[in-house]
Design a protein around this ligand. Structure first.
Ligand code: RP5
Length: 161
């Protein structure tokens, strides 16, 4: 079976955050791979990944990085496959550095940038699901059910517990 989504990250230390995207894809039955691909430490790996992503059949790439977070943008420069960027929260600047590094792409090479940290990674999984659901009715039904379940879990009134 073909892999639809590539989850890539700049470092092993990003995995705790990027796992949130993987969990969503697991919940929705979406096939994915996970790779460490660093714009600065493994630039050749980045190049090869971007160059072969379309021919390998990937449909969406989720890219997370922190600090000088060039991975999502560089990947978007190398492949036409939609790239969803996740700014990983950093200790020094709380992830604002990551966010600014990812979001301010020049015209021509977009990155769909999520929120900083775990919520952004989970939303990246949901965004990938939404893109894939356009052409996959069964996935669309699973995604609708996931959204309905989340809505149903929200109480109507606050409690002291
Ligand atoms: C970035 O530098 C990575 O994406 C990571 O968020 C950050 C720190 O990496 P480590 O020093 O923890 O490997 O390239």
């Amino acid at each position: 079976m073909a892999i639809d989504v590539g989850i890539i990250m700049g470092s092993q230390s990003d995995w705790a955050t990027m796992k949130e995207a993987a969990t969503i894809l697991d919940d929705l039955g979406i096939r994915y791979e996970t790779k460490i691909v660093s714009a600065h430490r493994t630039p050749d790996r980045l190049w090869t990944y971007g160059k072969t992503a379309a021919e390998r059949g990937l449909k969406v790439i989720i890219a997370g990085a922190g600090g000088a977070a060039h991975l999502p943008g560089m990947m978007a420069s190398k492949t036409r496959i939609p790239v969803i960027g996740v700014p990983v929260q950093t200790r020094a600047l709380s992830g604002v550095d990551s966010l600014y590094s990812i979001v301010q792409m020049p015209k021509g090479f977009p990155v769909a940038t999520m929120a900083i940290g775990a919520a952004g990674a989970a939303n990246a999984g949901l965004m990938a699901a939404g893109i894939l659901a356009i052409t996959d009715a069964a996935l669309a039904a699973r995604l609708d059910a996931w959204r309905d379940a989340l809505s149903a879990s929200i109480p109507e009134e606050p409690s002291d517990d």
